[in-house]
Design a protein around this ligand. Structure first.
Ligand code: ADP
Ligand code: 5GP
Length: 187
């Protein structure tokens, strides 16, 4: 992976983005994963600065006002955003930077970084998506319902992305993502 580029990974909550990213980073330590800022409360086991930077709404709004975020969106009642500085520094240093973000943020990146490679991860079915969200066991019932309500609209936008990959068999999905990243024109 030679030259710096932005890679955007999007897909409905529970589809397996985090699982795919974790495996990618294990196989390709040269990839840089951007750590987002969020107003969501930490899940059990999540660490500030590793999984997210956890902030309150006024801190987040201040970051937006100061232009500190590359993109941001509200998702299922919370704000999420990408810190601008570290991403720009890593790209300048020639690294491939991975953003794991939702649809509205991906649309903003399309406008500001038209050269970004945008990948959409699809579930094999809505029933399987709901099963994954529930079996992850990390979100309240209300949060799961909000995530599922948002999921169909996100799936409907999958064709706005450069590549669509179904995460049915995890290894197969991972191989597709890696093939996209390892292509000479990408990372
Ligand atoms: P996201 O980051 O997109 O919200 P996660 O990576 O947290 O999703 O995955 C949601 C749940 O689905 C987790 O429990 C994860 O272990 C499981 N999962 C991910 N990929 C697969 C797959 N291909 N088959 C079955 N379960 C999966
Ligand atoms: P979760 O609460 O499950 O960690 O994330 C909810 C959604 O927010 C996921 O679709 C995730 O990809 C998205 N997300 C995480 N960080 C960001 C970010 O910085 N910007 C945007 N736009 N979405 C994000």
């Amino acid at each position: 992976m030679a030259k710096g580029r932005l890679i955007v990974l999007t897909g409905p909550s529970g589809v397996g983005k985090g699982t795919i990213v974790k495996a990618l980073l294990q196989h390709h330590p040269d990839l840089y994963l951007s750590v987002s800022v969020t107003t969501r409360a930490p899940r059990v086991g999540e660490l500030d600065g590793k999984n997210y930077y956890f902030v309150n709404r006024s801190q987040f709004e201040r970051m937006v006002a100061n232009g500190e975020l590359l993109e941001w969106a509200e998702f299922a009642g919370n704000y999420y955003g990408t810190p601008r500085l570290s991403v720009e520094q890593q790209i300048q240093q020639g690294r491939c930077v991975l953003l794991e973000i939702e649809l509205e943020g991906a649309r903003q990146i399309r406008r500001t970084f038209p050269s970004a490679l945008r990948i959409f991860i699809l579930p094999p079915s809505m029933a399987e998506l709901e099963h994954r969200l529930r079996s992850r066991g990390q979100d309240s019932d209300t949060a799961i319902v909000r995530r599922l309500q948002r999921a169909q609209a996100e799936i409907d936008a999958a064709n706005e992305f450069d590549i669509q990959i179904v995460n049915d068999d995890l290894e197969k999905a991972l191989r597709h993502v890696e093939a996209a990243l390892l292509s000479p024109v990408n990372c």
